[in-house]
Design a protein around this ligand. Structure first.
Ligand code: ZN
Length: 138
C-alpha cells in the first residue's frame, strides 16, 4: 500500500542558496536539516522536514548525472514526487501489473532507503519515486 507523500524533490543549481530560501519559506529549524551526498545518483541532497513529509533539494554533482541533465533540459524546478510504501517490492509488482514500468531495479537512495523510480512517460510526465523508509532514517 502507498501510505503518504514522503517527499517532493526540487532540482536546484546551488544547494546552499536554495536551502536558505526554503528555510525562510518553511520556517523550520536549520538544525533539523540533513545534508547528504548520494554518489550513485551524482547529487548532493538536503532534506527539510514538514510533519511526516519532506522537501528534498537536489544539487547535481558534475555534469553527467540525471539531475544535471534534468536542469540542462528543463532548468531548476520540481523533479519528482516520492510516495511512501511499507513494501516496495510488492508495490513495484502491483504497478508493473498495470503496465507502468519501473526505471531499473530497486536501489538504495538517500538515507539508506529502498527506492525505485517510475517512468514519467507513463505517469503524465511526472517522475514518481516509490520509497520504503527504513526505521532508522530521519
Ligand atoms: Zn527522492
Amino acid at each position: 500500500m502507498i501510505n503518504r507523500i514522503d517527499h517532493i524533490a526540487i532540482a536546484v543549481q546551488d544547494l546552499d542558496a536554495a536551502l536558505g530560501t526554503f528555510l525562510n519559506v518553511l520556517g523550520c529549524d536549520p538544525g533539523s536539516v540533513v545534508i547528504e551526498e548520494v554518489p550513485a545518483e551524482k547529487v548532493r541532497v538536503a532534506f527539510l522536514t514538514i510533519g511526516e513529509s519532506h522537501i528534498e533539494l537536489l544539487e547535481p554533482i558534475g555534469e553527467d548525472g540525471p539531475v544535471s541533465k534534468f536542469i540542462a533540459k528543463n532548468g531548476e524546478g520540481m523533479h519528482h514526487i516520492a510516495l511512501a510504501t511499507d513494501d516496495l517490492r510488492n508495490e513495484t509488482e502491483r504497478v508493473t501489473a498495470h503496465g507502468i514500468n519501473p526505471l531499473g531495479e530497486p536501489s538504495t537512495g538517500a538515507g539508506g532507503k529502498k527506492i525505485v523510480f517510475l517512468h514519467p512517460r507513463q505517469t503524465n510526465r511526472v517522475l514518481l519515486e516509490l520509497v520504503e523508509p527504513n526505521h532508522l532514517s530521519h
